[in-house]
Ligand binder design. Structure first.
Ligand SMILES: *[C@@H]1O[C@H](CO)[C@@H](O)[C@H](O)[C@H]1NC(C)=O
Length: 409
């Protein structure tokens, strides 16, 4: 071959790269496959627009991690009258533990008081099994009472004529009188007014990805309204002041029961913000659940003991022990935010278009393998290259003809 024609072949090959090539379309007059294809196409577009974009907002980039700060403050006063210490006034200082305004705190609603405990000798409580004795030999001096209140002194204290007693112990005396379960249901020491205590919750959040901050207090709300309002799911859903009784009712439990035996309540603050909209539409939703519910009534509830210490004028210390029942509140903050972003938009449009391509593949499959005259469609769809002669291959692309399908003109 002449080098000249070799060169021109290379040039022609290079030039053919610059030709634009497009696929040939075969129109099939089958209305059944055609409408099936349209249905597939429409449902994929509907899914893409309706679910992926409008409902799931997939055109947004999302932020699921939320930075949050919570501050609480309680208000309200309760008055109790006990046989041990008479009238007592309970302010937030007395009934909120710990008092520094945290996201987890405890509100005293009921208590058992053991006043004037001094270090000394007294009988162990009969409710402690390890403290029972029949004689002094059961009360070895210096031994601790398992799950009891103090150290044995070596004496067994028995009431006249009884064979069973309890060991004498060195402890904070007198020991707490443990209530029998019917006693526990006495309402005498309850802080009834606790139902009307108010909890002010201040919550500031931030979505670091979008540098967006917000608080659960409306910017527009005047100070006076903020002092007065009470949260109500329907009427005042954005008021940050909650009545304790309302919170308990929202969990579906009775305040009386819960105040008596105590319990745990979770307050969930949920922020779901669409930052393509006005920031004022980014508002929290509050949700209340009781988290200590148990099948058995005996094991639900919440209580603990603490003491207040005093000194007499002579310098001797004594204490008042409180076993307090109450409601422990745990405030949890969750949230996510989304904002328009071009990359997820393209990714979702791209995957939607790929699905439409899948629909075309499915219709092709029906056409070529399931339809009655599939052989006819196959002949049109596939050109059989094996039938072509060697001359055909050597022809330039412009001259090439599908000789086996098109009739000779
Ligand atoms: C709570 O407040 C309301 C209205 O101020 C009052 O009628 C009610 O008696 C109070 N409840 C208790 C238990 O004090």
């Amino acid at each position: 071959m002449a080098p000249n024609s070799w060169k021109s072949k290379v040039i022609m090959n290079v030039l053919s790269y610059l030709d634009y090539k497009t696929g040939k379309v075969i129109i099939v007059g089958s209305k059944r496959v055609g409408s099936l294809y349209r249905v597939i196409q429409l449902s994929i577009i509907g899914y893409l627009v309706g679910y992926v974009f409008l409902s799931k907002k997939s055109y947004q980039t999302k932020e699921e991690s939320i930075q949050s700060a919570v501050m609480t403050k309680l208000k309200g006063v309760a008055v109790t009258n006990t046989s041990e210490s008479g009238w007592m006034v309970w302010g937030p200082v007395d009934y909120v533990i710990p008092p520094q305004g945290e996201a987890v705190f405890f509100i005293v609603t009921n208590f058992i008081e053991t006043p004037n405990q001094k270090l000394g000798n007294c009988a162990e409580s009969p409710n402690v099994p390890d403290g029972h004795c029949k004689g002094d030999e059961d009360c070895a001096e210096g031994e601790l009472v398992v799950a009891g209140h103090g150290v044995r002194t070596g004496r067994c204290m028995r009431d006249n004529g009884k064979s069973n007693g309890t060991c004498e112990i060195y402890s904070w005396c007198p020991v707490e009188r443990r209530c029998q379960s019917q006693d526990r249901h006495k309402h005498t020491n309850m802080l009834r007014e606790a139902e009307n205590f108010t909890i002010y919750i201040k919550n500031v959040i931030r979505f670091p990805k979008f540098s967006f901050s917000k608080a659960n207090i409306q910017d527009t709300a005047d100070k006076f309204h903020l002092k007065k309002c009470r949260y109500d799911e329907a009427l005042e859903p954005y008021c940050p002041i909650f009545r304790l009784g309302d919170i308990v009712n929202q969990t579906g439990h009775s305040f009386q029961d819960m105040a008596l035996m105590g319990g745990l309540i979770g307050i969930l603050i949920r922020w779901e913000c669409d930052l393509d909209r006005d920031p004022s539409e980014c508002q929290p939703r509050y949700n209340f659940t009781r988290t200590d519910i148990n099948v058995s009534r005996e094991s639900s509830g919440f209580n603990f003991r603490h003491a207040r210490y005093y000194e007499t004028e002579s310098g001797e210390s004594y204490r008042t022990q409180f076993k307090v029942y109450g409601i422990r509140i745990n405030i949890m903050v969750h949230g996510k935010a989304g904002k328009f972003c071009i990359i997820p938009t393209f990714i979702h449009i791209g995957s939607g278009l790929a699905c439409i391509g899948g629909g075309a593949w499915f219709c092709d499959w029906i056409l070529l393998y399931l339809m009655k005259n599939r052989e006819f469609y196959k002949d049109w769809k596939f050109e059989n290259v094996k039938n072509s002669t060697t001359e055909d291959i050597q022809q330039t692309p412009e001259e090439q003809q599908p000789t086996d399908l098109l009739p000779e003109v």
